[in-house]
Design a protein around this ligand. Structure first.
Ligand code: FPP
Length: 249
């Protein structure tokens, strides 16, 4: 494998963790078992990111559409999330990991909401890396929420509609103050965004692997990072312009 260049690592990696159900079904196991093993992949990717010095890691843990899954699976996922937060807190403190969450958190069961709130609060001063959990998250809903907040500011006379820019919008999203992802990883081979970070992924490099999420570990993650380092990011410019302007690779 090609050596990773430590100065050209993505600042922000976002992950659509897909394929837990199929992983379990292939083995004749209940779907929840796939999610349980998927939790170990979460741990592996968080640890590797921290070790390499990646500043932001976003994980799509539960979408607004996932609420329509069978109640047993939804309850199981919520339980997994709550227990994960409890068991990982010590490690997050030790490794200086700050946790943030984006999504319609009000829809979460109170125990999960409380566990998230407590973990976010406990880790807010940590400066080693930021993990952003997208839970009960939908990109369109997030954009609609931002539009409502902006409209309220216009209504109060605080904001001139003519002055609304892409930057204004970005400041009203759940990811305000977080740089857009440089790399998106999607496991299990699907070529879709599935309502994830619709605004934030405008210029993100995409890496799709056939590997199912429960099998995705450090080696696969390093492969995705190697792919990223082989891309030339042009942000809509020509290669010659890029060379002149020396934009970040
Ligand atoms: C998609 O696989 C995965 C999810 C809906 C949930 C992701 C959750 C975890 C990895 C475990 C816990 C998370 C944390 C942050 C501790 P799928 O069920 O849609 O798979 P399929 O497409 O094969 O059915």
């Amino acid at each position: 494998m090609v050596e990773l260049d430590p100065v050209r690592l993505p600042r922000h990696v976002a992950v659509i963790m897909d394929g837990n159900g199929r992983w379990a079904q292939q083995r004749g196991l209940p779907r929840l078992h796939g999610h349980r093993i998927g939790k170990d992949s979460v741990r592996a990717v968080v640890e590797t990111s921290r070790k390499l010095g990646i500043r932001y890691l976003s994980l799509y843990a539960f979408s607004t559409e996932n609420w329509n899954r069978p109640p047993r699976e939804v309850d199981g996922l919520m339980g997994l999330l709550r227990r994960y937060l409890a068991t990982e807190l010590g490690k997050m403190m030790k490794h200086q990991i700050r946790l943030l969450a984006v999504g319609s958190l009000r829809r979460l069961p109170p125990a999960v909401r409380e566990a998230l709130r407590a973990t976010i609060e406990a880790t807010r001063g940590n400066s080693g890396m930021t993990v952003i959990l997208a839970v009960s998250y939908g990109g369109r809903e997030e954009i609609a929420r931002a539009a409502r907040a902006i409209a309220r500011r216009v209504q109060r006379g605080e904001l001139d509609p003519e002055r609304i820019t892409a930057g204004t919008f970005a400041k009203h999203l759940g990811t305000r103050d977080i740089p857009d992802p440089d790399l998106l990883i999607r496991t299990s081979g699907e070529m879709r965004l599935s309502n994830f970070f619709l605004w934030q992924l405008a210029y993100t490099e995409m890496y799709v692997t056939e590997t199912l999420w429960p099998d995705f570990r450090e080696r696969d993650f390093l492969q995705a990072l190697t792919f990223f380092q082989q891309r030339q990011r042009r942000f809509g410019l020509t290669p010659e312009q890029l060379e002149r302007e020396k934009l970040p690779a």
